[in-house]
Design a protein around this ligand. Structure first.
Ligand code: KIV
Ligand code: ZN
Length: 520
């Protein structure tokens, strides 16, 4: 059966990154952009260049890297924003300018203080300007789902006439429901002249847990682009989750008559990359990529699965890139076995990366009898900032007791090869470790958040720690992995300290303390 294509517009690096705690460094954004290209998404919204110089640089770096998908940048309806997007994205062979303005009565009256006609004029002016700079222009009426239908149709018509090639309908506050959104899309299809000549797009937030359902309803009613993020990250309850919407379309292709070009076997590795970078791990029962998504515990289910997998399984784990097996590696496993397992888990490592990961695997296998898939993934994901210096952790000693402060001693090796140690007391071993790290490195940091995630199963499972710390009014995030959770926390803090020191020597400015994009 020939089915229509849905374009996948990934906004992990823009709307996803806007979520508190999800901001990424330029290097991390480049890794994610590369992974999105491997996933074969159609469009990457790389950021909001006018939001900050850091955002501009990141969008530009991604566009210049030109991994394949269309690279898009977001702009408000003003010449400065549009010009910035143009400068940032035009290094990519295929690029897009995305302009937006709010249209609902609530936004018109309370946020913009603009009349209906003024908003239309602003949208038309912005789309025209963007069209002079790029062939591919997307227009979004923010809060469209709470906008009067007749007025929404007027705005969309005007944007199409001005030259928009994609019109996106956002459910900005996650307010709509599938039946209502279906009606909205059908209304626009009927009342907007020229709508068949543009790509109709949908952008849903998940405040009522319906972002995926609403996006599918829109697709069923004519939308041919879905905006979504990996793991559904985004403002508040997040955005439409890419892996869920893609697998819904694939699994129910006969119902929707639609398909995407996403390489679904890259879904799990991409999800893993984003969660390990952001420290936002999907819950175990999250559809498609959660740890339990393909686990069958109940005896009756296991019995059914043994008879025929399709009794309880509508998708195969390997279709989403989960290569779970009972295979466990240990300290006698060789390089070959390790490399094969890495490939089966969906990672393509070059020689250098394989060597690094294999060395880490050997160290881990010395400390832990069984090395599971989750442990191997954690090794690959840990960028290990601590080893990119200037300091590396040589050793850590901790004393804790219920009736007195914890005492932690850290020994670091500096760039000159010299060892330096410091001991400190604190409310707990992490607080003490932070003080000891400060004493050796001279960098003062304040721990704001500490998240721990278990990479695999069992009492010797590796802990993946993500810390958020403040230094000089700026916020930084770092990751660390170890079978010892205090060591993992210490490595995460040291990663941040190293980054601060590297920034200092390279003369780069600090990232903003609050990466929230002020106007959205
Ligand atoms: O949610 C929203 O309305 C947006 C727009 C800028 C597309 O993110
Ligand atoms: Zn949004």
């Amino acid at each position: 059966m020939a089915t229509d294509k849905i374009r996948i517009f990934d906004t992990t690096l823009r709307d996803g990154e806007q979520a508190p705690g999800c901001s990424m460094t330029l290097e991390e954004k480049l890794r994610v952009a590369r992974a999105l290209a491997d996933l074969n998404v159609d469009i990457i919204e790389a950021g909001f260049p006018a939001a900050s110089p850091g955002d501009f640089e990141a969008v530009k770096a991604i566009a210049d890297a030109d991994y394949g998908p269309v690279i898009c940048g977001l702009a408000r309806c003003n010449p400065e924003d549009i010009e910035k997007v143009h400068q940032a994205v035009n290094g990519a062979r295929r690029h897009r300018i995305h302009v937006f303005v709010a249209t609902s009565a609530i936004h018109r009256e309370h946020k913009l203080k603009m009349a209906k006609e003024e908003i239309i004029r602003s949208a038309v002016g912005a789309v025209r300007m963007a069209r002079e700079l790029a062939d591919d222009v997307e227009f979004s009426p923010e809060d469209a789902s709470r906008t009067e239908l007749g007025y929404l149709a007027e705005v969309v018509s005007a944007a199409i006439e001005a030259g928009a090639s994609t019109v996106n309908i956002p459910d900005t506050v996650g307010y709509t429901v599938p039946g209502e959104f279906d009606r909205l899309f059908r209304y626009l299809k009927e009342h907007v002249e020229g709508i068949d000549g543009v790509t109709l797009s949908v952008h849903c937030h998940n405040d009522l847990g319906m972002a995926v359902a609403n996006s599918l309803a829109a697709a069923n009613a004519g939308a041919r682009q879905i905006e979504c993020t990996i793991n559904g990250i985004g403002e508040r309850a997040g955005n439409c989750s890419l892996e869920e919407v893609v697998m819904a379309l694939k699994t129910r292709e006969e119902f929707f008559g639609l398909h995407t070009d996403v390489d679904t076997r890259r879904l799990y590795p991409t999800s893993r990359l984003v969660s390990s970078i952001t420290g936002m791990h999907p819950p175990r029962n999250k559809a498609i990529v959660g740890d339990n998504a393909f686990a069958h515990e109940a005896g009756i289910h296991q019995h059914g699965m043994l008879q025929h997998a399709s009794t309880y399984e509508i998708m195969r784990p390997e279709d989403v890139g989960i290569a779970r097996s009972n295979l466990v590696l240990g300290k006698h496993s060789g390089r070959h076995a390790f490399r094969d397992r890495v490939r089966e888990l969906g990672f393509e490592l070059d020689e250098f990366e394989t060597n690094r990961a294999f060395q880490e695997f050997k160290k881990l296998a010395d400390r832990k009898k069984d090395v599971y898939d989750g442990d191997i993934e954690a090794i690959i994901m840990s960028a290990d900032g601590a080893t990119s210096g200037p300091y590396t952790l040589k050793s850590l000693e901790v004393r804790t007791a219920t009736d007195r402060d914890a005492l932690t001693t850290v020994t670091l090796i500096g760039e000159d090869g010299q060892e330096q140690s410091a001991s400190a007391e604190g409310d707990g071993p992490i607080a003490a470790a932070v003080k000891a790290l400060e004493a050796v490195t001279g960098v003062a940091v304040e721990l704001r958040n500490f998240e721990l995630h278990s990479a695999s199963v069992g009492e010797d499972a590796q802990g993946e720690v993500t810390v958020t710390v403040e230094h000089d009014g700026s916020s930084y995030r770092g990751n660390g992995t170890s079978v010892d959770i205090v060591e993992a926390g210490c490595r995460a803090c040291l990663e941040v300290i190293n980054r601060i020191l590297r920034r200092r020597t390279s003369g780069l400015s600090a990232p903003p303390s609050d990466p929230t994009r002020a106007t959205i």
